[in-house]
Design a protein around this ligand. Sequence first.
Ligand code: AMP
Ligand code: MG
Length: 493
Amino acid sequence: MLENDLGIDFQNTFAKDLEGLYKESSATSYPSAEVLLLNDNLALELGIDLKNLYSMNAFDIFSGNKRPVNSITLAQAYSGHQFGRFNPNLGDGRALLLGEVLNKRGELRDIQLKGSGPTPFSRRGDGKSALGPVLREYLLSESMHALGIPTTRALAVIKTGEQVERGSSLPGGLMTRVASSHIRIGTFEFASLQNDTKLIKKLADYSISRHFPETANVENPYLALFAAVCNQQASLVANWMSIGFIHGVMNTDNMSISGETIDYGPCAFMNTYNPQTVFSSIDTKGRYAYQNQPSILTWNLTRLAESLIELVHHKKDESIRLLTEVLQLIKPVYTNYWLVLMRSKIGLSKEDPTDYELIINLLNLMEKNKVDFTLCFRLLAKSLIGDSKPIRNIFKGCSEFNSWLMLWQERISQEGIPDEEISESMNNINPLYVPRNHNVEAALQAATKQNNMEPFKKLFSILQNPHKENDDLREYSTPLSGDDSSYKTFCGT
Ligand code: AMP
Ligand code: MG
């Protein structure tokens, strides 16, 4: 074990292998910092002893006051298409990679500080984070993990003891983020912009060995890498759609090639089902609305394809042809993931050619009747165990829905599985508790305005068991009465 440390061995593979894609930098220290949250479960997965997690050394590392032994701290370079416009020079403006560690399963995990002060990529920013958005990311990313959806994780939250200026003066926060890597589509865009084939090749090779080792030995590894990223991201977006999650800022610098959800800025869960839902205050044209996420997926992956042209084939035309072939598969691959998820959400395990239509018809009726996305699937499950009143109620007695319900029940009966079992399996897939906007808001207000972490901790613990119904927690499973379409989220960096 390493002395004076978290007891884990920091590796510096990014630093060693990818020179040209980062700048070394150091964290700002926060002498008045205090710990707000530590994630025991994640620490254990990373092989961090709880004794070490709660040690003074860990606190010093998480608050930027101490560089861990053996760690080369760096800010990664990346570009990005932000709301469709290319920005060549982004990079970690307020984050610092401490290095990678091997988790209990032998997988490399990045440990990154977010809100750790200025870096060479800070441009005009202060390199810091407000506490509210840091707590929001902690809550939402850990909730996403509990929902079984690939995501970056949150290991610690520190209150820096400093104020940051974001229009008004707000308490500062610092998060320790854990990710299977922080390589984004934007990292490839940056590398390809440098007119240095060796650099983009190094990045692609590193990505292959870290994320998709199975593609290393095929005929065209770089094309296979592209296909693998397309596959992971298509699966991710299908998962988002299946739980009513709106990422809110799907810029190419916010899409991880590992297929993890990253950058919990303005994201939010939809209450009433409306495919046009947008919560982000800066997304005035609705580019990243719920219903646009699948097409943005393809748009973003097209930017990745452009960055890989020189690697895939020495003849540009042939390279474009090969990449285009893969791009054309994204939509059917995505649709297939989506269909599998949606089918299981309505309790079907057997495939039938009419499933797609059955699901689309349900969604159309949900939209028309302004039905709560999350509750709908739980109430459908309930109807299978003898209580169909609540589901009929939320569709306000709509006769078209009653016809749909009969069709669905007929389809369910063809499964040849007892209704109780199907109902139970639906409840294991469809969450009852998601981070609803009003609950998240209330928890963050209490934490940042009243120094009261209790509502946050209660909500956090509820969201750790999103499927198991608890009668005492009814208020957390329901939307606020009325419509939250005017609810706004802020990047809040
Ligand atoms: P994000 O909106 O978090 O995806 O950030 C977009 C870009 O802006 C990234 O390059 C960030 O590092 C940078 N950025 C965001 N906030 C700050 C800040 N307070 N100081 C410096 N850079 C920032
Ligand atoms: Mg970002």
